[in-house]
Design a protein around this ligand. Structure first.
Ligand code: CA
Length: 221
């Protein structure tokens, strides 16, 4: 998960970065509005933490610009204490949530988790097994929140296995999933992809067990 932190207070900004990284996220800091817009144009973020009081561009303007581009990325706004009007304006401009400064870092972490969970649910059912999460809609596999590169056909095999985690999936069923998108697969294609997935997932404590004469089952150690 990539989080963009937009905060001009260096002490707070770096503190947020540290907390997010400790929680397993990849975090990038932008210290003003121009930096934030450049980062959003260049990178792919799952969440933005946005301070409204920035030295160059009003945080609300950045938020409105993002929504004008129809970008649905979740935005958590950081506002001043008792800034009721600011909070209302932020929500009207398309903020997903807000936190009043000063805030407890545990609360920040909880809000970040909730927003990311919500945005992923919107994009379709996400399957989870141990450190692995698979989002079929986004075509993403992640280990502890970090993207794991999985080639297309292997991903299809992984998808069938994890959607049935703990249950035996027959070889025919996997082959069926593969032929749905590729008309030309060899006899041992399933074995080849399962073999590659084992090597890819093994280091993360995930195993694909062969059940003799029946099929495969994915498990977490
Ligand atoms: Ca500020």
């Amino acid at each position: 998960m990539n989080v963009l932190v937009v905060e001009d207070d260096a002490l707070l900004g770096n503190g947020l970065l540290r907390v997010l990284e400790q929680s397993g996220y990849t975090a990038t800091l932008a210290s003003d509005g121009n930096g934030a817009q450049a980062a959003m144009g260049a990178g792919d973020f799952d969440l933005v933490l946005l301070d409204l009081g920035l030295p160059d561009i009003d945080g609300l303007e950045i938020l409105r610009g993002l929504r004008r581009q129809r970008r649905t990325i979740p935005v958590l706004v950081l506002t001043a204490r008792d800034g009721v009007e600011q909070r209302v304006a932020a929500l009207d401009a398309g903020a997903d949530d807000y936190l009043e400064k000063p805030f407890d870092l545990r609360e920040l972490e909880a809000r970040v988790r909730a927003l990311l969970r919500r945005s992923h649910v919107m994009f379709g059912q996400e399957a989870r097994l141990g450190p692995l999460t698979v989002n079929p809609y986004a075509h993403e596999a992640r280990i502890d929140g970090e993207l794991l590169a999985v080639p297309a056909r292997e991903f299809e095999v992984l998808e069938v296995l994890i959607m049935n985690a703990g249950k035996v999936v027959t070889k025919a069923r996997i082959a069926q999933r593969l032929t749905a998108s590729n008309d030309d697969i060899g006899d041992n294609a399933v074995e080849v992809y399962v073999h590659r997935l084992r090597r890819r997932l093994g280091p993360h404590g995930l195993t694909i067990r062969t059940v003799r004469g029946a099929g495969y089952v994915i498990e977490s150690a």
